[in-house]
Write a protein of this length. Structure first.
Ligand code: ATP
Ligand code: MG
Length: 329
């Protein structure tokens, strides 16, 4: 027998865990496993919130409750779910930016070209990510829960945030340096004029420092093995295995500890012995078993859970509790 650490063992061995992230390629089971983990923790009497960082209303779908844009909604005892309305937050951002521009330049009306620019920037996918990211930090800073489960957007994004933190660090350092130089040269005119030069730079610096502190918060959170666990979801197919391999390399490069992988959607191998099962399905099962060998060989010690392919989509609390029993016993 191997001494594989199951998901439950992992939680028992790491009693200080607080932030749980599920990552992985699209459509493999991040939302399902996030919900099942949240369900189990809540059933253990812990206060849990599950947060979807996905622009699709996936928690609304799995919990069969309309929670989109409604804040933290109680789903069951100790179990809360939060699905933010990123578009609404972006609209609020735009207003904030307009306000800042008005204040900084002492103007009433934002010039049309600038307003057009603000509008087009809002359409950038990075804006939705940034809004989501803000909401994550806000939720964690609230400190109202024992566990925060993050159903992440398809892989890469979390890591991109980290590289963003590093780029911003350099940027802020550069501005601070320029600021110091300007001081040395005694940029009296700018200081006196109040509105221009250094005063504006200070505002910008303030803003960047704030963004940096937010990014650093998550960057530290993701690397803190004592409080944070990052699980990667895959299924026994070729592309997800390749993706997991690449993700592991990226995680290593960014020095993010990966807490484990969960293999989902495994067809029950017993069906191979059943004469009533059509060859079509048996072929798929054999294919999966071949990939399971690869998975055991490559990620063996990291496997924290194996979840069968169920005969229907796991939706609603009853099905979630079923997955939770499979995962946590
Ligand atoms: N073990 C399972 N058995 C049967 N269906 C499953 C299983 N796990 C997930 N599914 C179904 O597969 C689909 C994808 O799962 P899920 O939504 O959890 O993935 P996801 O990784 O969150 O996807 P996305 O990247 O789109 O957010 C859903 O329809 C879900 O109900
Ligand atoms: Mg999802």
């Amino acid at each position: 027998m191997s001494h594989r650490v199951s998901l439950k063992d992992y939680f028992l061995q790491n009693p200080n865990l607080k932030y749980i992230l599920f990552g992985g390629k699209g459509g493999l089971g991040k939302t399902t496993l996030s919900a099942a983990t949240a369900y189990w923790l809540a059933s253990q009497g812990r206060r849990v919130v599950v947060f979807s960082t996905d622009p699709q209303a996936s928690l609304t779908d799995i919990f069969e409750r309309n929670i989109f844009g409604k804040g933290e909604v109680e789903i069951a005892k100790n179990l809360y779910a939060l699905e933010i309305d990123a578009d609404k937050r972006i609209a609020e951002y735009q207003e904030e930016i307009r306000g800042k521009i008005r204040e900084m330049y002492g103007i009433e009306q934002i010039p049309e070209e600038i307003d057009d620019y603000i509008k087009s920037a809002a359409a950038e996918p990075a804006m939705a990510e940034s809004a989501t990211f803000d909401a994550m930090v806000e939720l964690m800073s609230g400190g109202n829960y024992d566990f925060y489960i993050f159903d992440m957007m398809p892989h890469g994004h979390a890591i991109r945030f980290l590289s963003m933190a590093e780029i911003l660090d350099t940027w802020v350092d550069k501005i601070v340096e320029t600021r110091k130089k300007a001081d040395e040269y005694g940029d009296v005119a700018s200081v006196l004029s109040g509105k221009g030069g250094l005063a504006q730079e200070d505002k910008m610096l303030e803003e960047l420092t704030f963004i940096r502190s937010r990014l650093n918060f998550v960057s530290e959170m993701i690397r803190d093995k004592d409080h944070t666990a990052f699980f990667y979801v895959l299924i026994p197919e070729s592309m997800p295995i390749l993706d997991t391999r690449k993700a592991l390399e990226m995680f290593r490069a960014f020095k993010i500890p990966l807490s484990g992988v969960v293999v989902n959607q495994i067809y029950p191998v017993e069906l191979l012995k059943d004469p009533t099962v059509p060859a079509y399905l048996k072929n798929r099962i054999s294919m999966q078993q071949k990939y399971m060998n690869t998975i055991w060989g490559e990620f063996g010690p990291l496997i924290r859970g194996l979840v069968p392919m169920l005969d229907r989509e796991p939706k609603g609390l009853e099905m979630i509790s079923k997955i939770s029993r499979i995962l946590f016993g």
